[in-house]
Every structure is written in C-alpha cells, then in structure tokens.
Design a binder for this molecule. Structure first.
Ligand code: NAD
Length: 440
C-alpha cells in the first residue's frame, strides 16, 4: 500500500464497518461513508451501534485518526472505493434489490479519477459488478473500467461475531476485470490478509459467494428435515446424527436448529433461485431447502401449543420463557435480523399473552419492541410452563436446570433446540419434560 493511498468504504453496516476498522488497523487511511446520519454520528463519537468483538476497541483506537466517518464523499482524495451496502431481497417478489448498490456506485462517480480502484464486497447476483456498476462508469463518466479504472469483486465471507479475526485469517476470493485490477486489489487486501485466491474473473467470485451460503442453507435443511422425520417416529435425531458422523469422515451432518435465520442465509439462496429462473434451470433443491428452514420454526411453535394442550394447560395463561433472540448464539452477536425467534414470537403472540425473553447480547429494547417482556434467566424460569433455548449462546449453557426448574410450574416443557443439555439427566428431574428439534 502506497503512503498516498486512501480507501473509501461505502456502507457502515456489519460488513463495511468491520472492513473499514480492519483496513485502518493495517495502517491504511480510511473514510467510512454511510447515508444514515445517526450511524455516522455514533461512529464519530467512537460508539459502535452493534456488537462485534474487537470492533469498538478498533473504532476507539483509530477513529478520528486514520479512520474517519462521513455521510458523503466530499473530495477526490480517495483512490480505492469498496462498496459494502446491503443487497436485500424484495419480500413481495423474492428478487434481489440492487438500488443500494446502484446509489452507492453513483455517489462515487463525481469523485472518480483515472487510476482509482472500485471493489464490490456486497453479495450480488452474478453479473451485477460488470453489468450494473462497470457499465455505469463506462456510460456515465469518461473513464473506462479495465483501462482507466481498476475494478473487481471480493466477497465478504466472515462470520458475525468473529469478523475482526476472520477478515485477516480466512482466504479472500478475488475476481478482477483484468490483471492490473487484480494487482491493485491484492495491494489493498494484502495489507491485512495474506491468503488471496485469484479466480478467473469477477463472475466466478460473485457465484462463489452465493454458492457458499446456499450450500450451508441446504445442509442445514437436510438436518432439519431429518429432525422432522425423527420427531414423527419418536426417535432422537441428535443420537442419529452423532452416530452417523462418529469416526466417519465422509459425513458431517449438521445439528438440527429452530430454523435458519440471519440476514445472509435467508436471502442468498433467493439470489441463486432468481438466477436459476432466468437460466430456466430447475432449482427445486434450493427452493425446498429454504422452505424447510423457514417452516421449521413454525413446527416448533405448533409443538409448543400442542404440548400445552396435551397437558391440559390454558395456552393463553401459560408463561413461555424464550432464551436467545440474536439469530445465532455462537459466535455471539447482537444481530436480530431475520432471527427465527422473531417468527416464533409472532406465531405464539395471538395465542399467548405471557411471553418472556432473555438475550445476553441483544439490547433489551429490541426484545420488548416485538412484544416480549425482558427478564433474566432465573426470573424467566419462575412460574414458567415452557422454556425454549433458541440459540447456543454460552450464557444458556451450564445452567443448574434442576434448581431453575424447581421455580417453574408443574410439567415444565423444556425445549433445548441446540441439545445443550443431557436429555437423560434432565428426564430424571421432577416436573420437566425434555424436548428439542428432532426430539418430540
Ligand atoms: N452481515 C454479514 O455477516 C454478511 C456476511 C457476508 C456478506 N454480507 C453482505 O454484505 C452486504 C452488507 O451487509 P451488512 O450486513 O453489512 O448490511 P447492513 O444493512 O448492516 O449495512 C449496510 C449499510 O449501508 C448503508 N448504505 C446504504 N446505501 C448507502 C450508500 N449509497 N452509501 C453509503 N452507505 C449506504 C446503510 O445505511 C447501512 O448502514 C450485503 O450484501 C450482505 O449480503 C453480509
């Protein structure tokens, strides 16, 4: 990285901010831009508005020095631009929305000069970088990508909760418009990561990212479907999974889960489905996987109601205590976007007015905003009829369930969705009925 290089990262969300902080930590001069003034104000005050280990420390250390924040690009001093804005799915059409990419790219144009580099990092449909952004530069400026402008796509693959580490230590896939662009991208990303994988072109990198996430969604759906079968047969999916995987390296069947949430796995398969539709390719596997992962949490909610009814309890008056509102527990995150716990709550709310919840990381106001009363774990078990563990956060582990359940109502339904507890041990305690995803 040359001394006079300056990087503009567009989008100070989960991805852009961790990248900006990592770039600053590596000694780069960084400008983080976001269109939301509150986001920029909080970062200028060195406060992160979401939890990510190591991020606040980095913003405090480099903020105001080689890491600055703004709502706009205001001069031509940057020579690298990295686009990290959101690419959500339209909830009505299930098609990817690219207007954030388009707006971010357009905001760069007035400042773009010969020799600058543009890199897309958001997850996008195949062809977006070339056909939307590169074409916009070609048609709306007098600069030509590949000739005057270096250009490429480097997908983000870090896991929320360990992003600051993974930025540096998981391989970065680099898809570039030409060799010179690849060199420019390597110069920037090489300042913090030594493992760059150069793929033949931009489209390979774009598709790598979508295939990556869809693969995970499909394997999780397999586990969740097998868990449904086990529940019907009265078998234990966790035992079956562990037995199949044991010392048998050809298998790596994942755990079942209360559905698959989060901003990425709930969206990226739809980008692939949209592509398959355009190519007229049958994509039943991907579609079915998504459908299974979406329905799993509703099956769980139905189980709660069925089990309460079978016990002769009044559903409306029953106390349901839910642990885990972030879309995942390990590594921990405060991100509640598309968390399946929200679906669970929305399903149960019309039937039950006694919903209580706890999360070690999520802001309590966010939990209360979805109609759940926040409380700590001990309080949650008190007088509970159902306790659900929705994610595998470490604060849900190693609890004294026997002691806690002694405060609950008779026949406490304890739904341990991540098999954090030994069901045989729990079964010995008085008044507890153990259940999981894959164990009815
Ligand atoms: N969150 C993850 O773990 C993850 C992982 C891999 C890939 N991705 C991908 O990275 C992209 C970003 O994800 P995210 O979770 O960080 O999104 P996000 O919604 O948290 O953040 C996007 C930010 O971009 C800002 N923004 C929108 N338009 C802008 C513009 N024109 N200029 C400047 N800022 C603008 C928004 O205000 C927002 O703060 C998505 O494509 C996502 O699929 C996310």
């Amino acid at each position: 990285m040359a001394r006079n290089d300056k990087v503009c990262v567009l989008g100070m969300g989960f991805i852009g901010l961790t990248l900006a902080a990592t770039l600053a930590e590596a000694g780069n001069d960084v400008l983080g831009v976001d269109v939301i003034p509150e986001v920029v104000d909080s970062l200028k005050a060195k406060k992160c508005y979401f939890f990510e280990p190591g991020l606040t420390e980095a913003v405090k250390k480099y903020g105001g020095k080689n890491l600055k924040f703004s709502t706009v690009i205001s001069d031509k001093t940057c020579n690298y631009y990295v686009i990290c804005v959101g690419t959500p799915i339209d909830q009505a059409t299930a098609k990817p929305r690219l207007e954030y990419i388009e707006n971010a790219a357009r905001s760069i144009l007035p400042f773009l000069k010969k020799g600058d580099t543009i890199i897309l990092r958001s997850t996008v449909p195949v062809g977006t970088s070339r056909n939307l952004v590169a074409r916009m530069i070609e048609t709306e400026t007098n600069l030509s990508p590949g000739k005057d402008i270096y250009f490429g796509f480097v997908p983000e693959r870090t896991v929320e909760g360990n992003a600051m580490y993974e930025q540096k230590f998981i391989p970065q896939m680099v898809g570039a418009l030409n060799k010179e662009s690849a060199k420019k991208i390597a110069r920037l990303f090489g300042t913090f990561n030594k493992q760059l994988i150069h793929v033949p072109d931009i489209e390979h990198a774009e598709l790598c990212k979508i295939i990556d996430n869809t693969y995970r969604d499909v394997t999780f759906a397999y586990a969740n479907q097998m868990a449904m079968i086990c529940e019907e047969l009265g078998l234990d999916f966790n035992i079956i999974r562990q037995t199949c995987n044991y010392k048998y390296s050809r298998n790596n069947i994942p755990s079942a889960s209360p559905g698959v949430g989060g901003a990425c796995l709930t969206k990226d398969p739809y980008i692939l489905i949209d592509l398959c539709n355009k190519l007229n390719i049958n994509m039943e596997l991907i579609k079915s996987a998504r459908a299974i992962n979406e329905v799993t949490v509703f099956n769980l909610a139905k189980k709660v109601l069925h089990r309460l009814t079978a016990l002769g309890k009044n559903i409306c008056a029953s106390k349901i205590f839910i642990m885990g509102f972030a879309f995942k527990g390990d590594p921990e995150t405060s991100d509640m976007r598309f968390s399946t716990t929200i679906d669970l709550v929305n399903y149960l709310k019309p039937f039950c007015s006694n919903l209580f919840g706890y999360d070690a990381v999520v802001d309590t106001k966010q939990i209360e905003a979805i109609g759940v009363k926040y409380c700590l774990i001990e309080e949650g078990f008190k007088g509970a009829d159902v306790v659900l563990i929705m994610n595998s956060h470490e604060s849900h582990m190693d609890l004294n369930i026997k002691k806690l359940a002694a405060r609950a109502n008779d026949s406490l339904i304890f739904i341990d969705c991540w098999n954090l507890y030994d069901k045989n041990k729990i079964a010995k305690y008085k008044n507890i009925i153990y259940s999981s995803v894959g164990i009815y």
